[in-house]
Write a protein that binds this ligand. Structure first.
Ligand SMILES: [Zn+2]
Length: 328
């Protein structure tokens, strides 16, 4: 079972949250915000467990009946509110139903916990409906609004919540967590880099994506002359599903190349092709910065519907031009 300590690096308020829930001194609404994969949902679940736990000792114990029912998602007083099937948003109808449930007695005579894992999906009308409840909160009820887009919440809602911000871990801490969760050290390093320190995201990276990082960096940094560009563009131009992923991977690679060029990291054994490491050695930081700017431009081109092939080509041309200036 995960514990509060596992998330201590992700928010400055984890210990306080733990104490509030273990001692039943929590407030009635929390807004947990921060990037995807930083532990918001897991922490909300731990809080729910601590709130309903029947142990006399440390809470949550993870072993009493209520704790086990939270772990298996069968606790009758733990409600997770998501859009109805086939819908993208949580409308006022769903919200009214939920709040009606809250107004009735709890099933197990414990705290009722309502979790909105994607709170940004609430429509403004649903948020206004929720606001009325937050203004006169029912006894022994706690709301968790979880989002990576806190800007979508009405300011009036935010002002009624205790806001807890979550952050990605440093590369090293993320690696350590992944190793503790059973990843090999090599995989942990690769995943931590690609997910930029967000443990949850790192765990979701599949093996195919890890393999693609090596393939993309091999193809891209083998472009030594302008004459090599077209053949490499052709490798990816028809693979629509992967095009955004290719740009994502390239962005990750460029960030790590810049660090290597600045003497602050190494590309070896991080999942990159040796061609990427060779580029970082051959081209100085000024060239890496130009490459970074060209990837940003390519992204903007794609966002304004320029074909992937043209955007990708502009990045590859930049790489070949840099190679031309520096002996390799
Ligand atoms: Zn318990």
């Amino acid at each position: 079972m995960l514990s509060f300590e596992d998330f201590s690096g992700q928010s400055a308020h984890i210990a306080q949250l733990h104490a509030d829930f273990a001692n039943h001194t929590f407030v009635h609404a929390y807004l947990l915000c921060g990037p995807r994969g930083t532990g918001k949902k897991s922490v909300a679940r731990l809080c729910a467990m601590a709130a309903v736990c029947r142990s006399d000792g440390a809470r949550p114990c993870g072993e009493c009946g209520p704790c086990r029912r939270v772990l298996s998602d069968t606790h009758p007083d733990l409600h997770t509110i998501v859009p109805e099937k086939g819908k993208q948003t949580i409308g006022i109808g769903v919200m009214r139903e939920v709040l009606d449930q809250v107004a009735t007695r709890s099933f197990e005579d414990t705290t009722k916990v309502l979790v909105f894992p994607e709170a940004e999906r609430m429509t403004p009308a649903a948020q206004n409906c929720l606001l009325k409840t937050l203004e006169e909160p029912p006894q022994d009820t706690v709301f968790f609004l979880i989002t990576d887009q806190p800007g979508t919440m009405l300011p009036t809602i935010v002002s009624r919540c205790r806001v807890i911000r979550f952050h990605p871990l440093t590369q090293q801490d993320c690696e350590k967590r992944l190793i503790a969760l059973g990843q090999s050290p090599l995989d942990a390093r690769r995943r931590a880099r690609m997910a930029e320190g967000c443990v949850g995201q790192a765990l979701q990276i599949d093996d195919e994506r890890l393999a693609l990082l090596e393939r993309v960096t091999k193809d891209v940094f083998s472009v030594h002359r302008p004459g090599d560009v077209l053949a490499t563009v052709n490798l990816y131009k028809d693979d629509k599903e992967r095009q955004k992923l290719v740009m994502d991977l390239l962005e990750t690679a460029v960030r790590d190349i810049l660090l290597a060029q600045a003497g602050k990291g190494t590309l070896e054994e991080s999942g990159y092709a040796r061609e990427a490491a060779a580029y970082a050695r051959a081209v100085p930081l000024s060239g890496g910065l130009k490459l970074s700017a060209s990837v940003t431009r390519a992204r903007m081109m794609m966002a304004s519907n320029v074909a992937f092939a043209s955007a990708f080509e502009s990045v590859l041309l930049n790489i070949s031009e840099e190679y031309a200036q520096w002996p390799w």
